[in-house]
Design a protein around this ligand. Structure first.
Ligand SMILES: *Cc1c(COP(=O)(O)O)cnc(C)c1O
Length: 356
């Protein structure tokens, strides 16, 4: 008896490697934990403010107000996800589920756009970015939109894994298409760019953000969408009633209260990113792209990315091999030192072996 949709059989459950003690440069998290004082305050608020037996507020209005203030929009333009991953799924449900609509995305990019379409049984057209600079082919996108019943286009901006930003001119051309354009700004705090001001002109835009990266709250699972009020209300309708735990709401609210302290470390982290990028370029072994994020994307010239990933993992540094390259998060200075030492060792070994 087939109890489940047969197409799910071909999919694998999503897992990331858990290697205790390893340097985790594979998920673009902030490399250090929240400050002690922040966690103590959060624990205190949990104790005195949150009745564990009660459901959390189903409409997290104090968090909504703070996010609205942070983004410079009205509170009715905000919706929430248990991580922005959940909002990606909500957008697909709200646009394509049950009506034959198609998702469009352009790889290499964040894999969840495709994976969540597949798990919902929604068709997903996957185009490819230009190999040289990871730019988009507008004509190809226009053709796909015209022919494939596309209702929503997902783009990460800056993109993961490539770290690259879209030209605003290209973005405006995309917003002129008759589809919903979802810009995933998970790395906004690093890039400094946001499409939020374009919402005034384009009702077919949704901006997704997360507390998982620059705000260091990956463990608490809080994402949000900024959209025109009608669109935000639609996302609120498909949102599960208590998708954000009381602790998650509290953590995100507190993070915005402490945003100056939390975000103050960004320039130093980006300096670390640039140091690693320069060191990689100096080996002459990698092709690199400019990064507007907290990670770098590098393609080894002479070895497969997967080989390099494995060799680094054996030495205690986790990076991601994806899209034919390595995505390496900026870590602490010590983690980056170890990464570079491993790479030097690895590529010396590599050239010594080549000479044999
Ligand atoms: C990390 C990341 C997310 C995931 O965010 P969560 O809020 O933790 O679900 C979404 N999009 C992109 C492009 C990311 O890199």
């Amino acid at each position: 008896m087939d109890l489940f949709r047969p197409e799910l059989e071909a999919l694998a459950a999503y897992h990331t490697p858990q290697v205790p003690g390893a340097d985790k440069l594979n998920e673009n998290e902030w490399p250090e934990d929240l400050p002690d004082g922040f966690k103590q305050k959060l624990a205190h608020l949990l104790t005195v403010q949150i009745p564990g037996n009660r459901y959390p507020p189903s409409a997290p209005d104090s968090l909504r107000n703070r996010i609205a203030e942070y983004c410079g929009v009205n509170p009715e333009m905000v919706s929430f996800g248990n991580g922005s991953d959940e909002l990606i799924r909500s957008v697909i449900m709200a646009t394509c589920l049950g009506n034959g609509g198609t998702v469009l995305t352009v790889e290499p990019t964040f894999s969840m756009y495709r994976i969540l379409s597949q798990t919902l049984g929604v068709p997903c057209v996957v185009l490819e970015r230009n190999e040289e600079d990871f730019s988009l082919d507008l004509d190809q996108i226009r053709r796909a939109v015209a022919s494939a019943g596309v209702r929503v286009l997902f783009l990460a901006n800056p993109n993961s894994p490539t770290g690259t930003l879209l030209d605003e001119e290209v973005l405006l051309a995309l917003l002129a298409l008759p589809v919903l354009v979802v810009l995933d700004e998970a790395y906004h705090e690093f890039s400094g760019y946001s499409a939020v001001p374009l919402l005034a002109k384009y009702p077919n835009l949704i901006v997704l953000r997360t507390f998982s990266k620059a705000f260091r709250l990956a463990s608490f699972r809080v994402g949000y969408a900024i959209a025109r009020p009608e669109a935000a209300l639609t996302l609120e309708k498909v949102r599960l009633p208590y998708n954000l735990s009381a602790l998650s709401q509290l953590a995100a609210t507190l993070a915005l209260e402490h945003k100056q302290e939390l975000l103050a470390g960004i320039p130093a982290l980006l300096d670390q990113r640039d140091r690693v990028a320069r060191a990689l370029a100096d080996t002459g072994q990698f092709r690199l792209w400019p990064s507007a994020t907290n990670f770098i994307y590098a393609r080894p010239f002479s070895r497969s990315s997967e080989d390099v990933r494995l060799a680094l993992a054996e030495r205690g540094t986790l990076v991601r091999a994806t899209g034919g390259g390595l995505r390496i998060s900026a870590g602490t200075p010590t983690q980056n030192d170890r990464l570079l030492a491993h790479l030097r060792e690895l590529f010396r070994l590599g050239s010594a072996l080549a000479e044999v």
